[in-house]
Ligand binder design. Structure first.
Ligand SMILES: *Cc1c(COP(=O)(O)O)cnc(C)c1O
Length: 367
């Protein structure tokens, strides 16, 4: 059986280093916001090229903290409209709704699955205050035109970079450093994954960084002195230690993912399968390799019978979820079509040439 994503084997490569970090952790007795978190924040800010990184509990909390921080700064207010890709993972929308902001869903470009400036501009009203960009499946959105638009319209620009750790734009900047502030998830299945829940916020905005750091820790920098309303959304010390180990392998892992993607793109030639667009640059880290196909259930069952696991990201778009009844009436045909036809092929940095051969041959024999 070729797994969709063999997390156990991915992490097995780091066993020795994890054990080493963990035994140092045991002898340190520092369990909350210790040296591991401080080091990871430094390392990840350096990696992304930003001045600041704040480690938090997960990617959803990272988004919520950022929105709360902008509200406390007076830059966002309850009821403000925020533009967001209609085909994002549910967390982006949950965060907006949680803090009382109004998501305005924008359809993606069919080719890249990402939102573009032209479509975003059509949805801007006098209530729009921010744009959230999601680099979906690991491919950077076309940021130059989006940055220009956000400046012209005086809108905050936020990247949900939970799927794009290490993606580099043509201007040489990394995901997390292409907007006013970015959020990351280190959920185990992400390109940089912890062994539990974890997340981060990156920014070059000092005021915002200070506030986010306070909010994640009861609104406090100094013990028992509370500057503002906060929560407990700290990055766990053990996860930070593990992430420090895995960060060193991220660039190489992303290169391996691109290698798998390039083979799929070059060698899969079944006319029933619509392959994703890839420019060939480092702007894509292939968190997922998503193809489109008309009869997806038939295809998935075929792969399964041949011993190949696949997955669906995602079967139901946010606006059609039961939890979001208020949005159920929206018509977003491009998003709905993607959600009906998408299938994610196995993708990971540890796939063997044999696995890749077998997947390509099996798909090309599908009829
Ligand atoms: C994974 C993900 C999140 C949420 O991250 P968690 O750590 O699971 O809370 C948010 N946005 C996107 C686009 C994601 O893929």
């Amino acid at each position: 059986m070729i797994k969709f994503l063999d997390l156990k084997s991915i992490n097995k490569r780091f066993d020795k280093a994890f054990e080493n970090e963990f035994s140092q952790f045991l002898s340190s007795g520092q369990y909350i916001l210790g040296q591991g978190v401080v080091k990871f924040e430094e390392n990840f800010a350096n990696y992304c090229g930003t001045k600041y990184c704040i480690g938090v509990s997960n990617g959803l909390d990272a988004l919520i903290i950022v929105f709360k921080a902008y509200m406390q700064l007076g830059k966002l207010h309850k009821g403000d409209e925020v533009i967001v890709p209609a085909n994002t993972f549910i967390a982006t929308i949950l965060a907006l709704v949680d803090v009382g902001l109004k998501p305005v869903f924008v359809e993606p470009n069919k080719k890249t699955f990402n939102c573009e400036a032209v479509e975003i501009e059509k949805s801007i009203t006098n209530k729009t205050k921010a744009i959230v960009i999601v680099h979906l499946y690991g491919q950077l959105a076309e940021m130059d035109s989006i940055i220009k638009l956000s400046k012209e319209k005086n809108l905050l620009l936020i990247e949900d970079a939970a799927q794009a750790h290490g993606a580099i734009s043509d201007t040489g900047k990394k995901a997390g450093n292409l907007s006013d502030v970015a959020t990351f998830s280190f959920y185990p299945a992400k390109n940089l994954g912890a062994l539990g829940d974890a997340g981060a916020i990156t920014t070059n905005d000092k005021d915002l960084a200070i506030i986010c750091k306070q909010i994640r820790n009861y609104g406090s920098d100094t013990k028992y002195k509370n500057e503002r309303l906060g929560v407990n959304n700290r990055l766990d010390e053990v996860q930070a230690l593990f992430l420090n180990v895995k960060l060193k392998a991220l660039d190489n892992d992303n290169e391996q993912r691109r290698h798998v993607a390039k083979r799929y793109l070059k060698e899969i030639n079944n006319p029933k399968i619509k392959l994703p667009f890839y420019s060939g640059s480092t702007n894509h880290v292939f968190h997922l390799f998503v193809v489109l196909i008309d009869d997806r259930t038939h295809f998935i069952n075929y792969l399964k019978a041949k011993g190949i696991e696949s997955a669906i990201h995602y079967p139901i778009p946010p606006h059609k979820q039961k939890a979001f009844e208020v949005f159920n009436g929206l018509q977003l045909p491009i998003t709905e079509q993607i959600h009906n036809n998408c299938v994610s092929l196995p993708m990971s940095p540890i796939m063997t040439p044999n696995d890749i051969d077998a997947i390509i041959t099996t798909i090309n024999e599908y009829c």
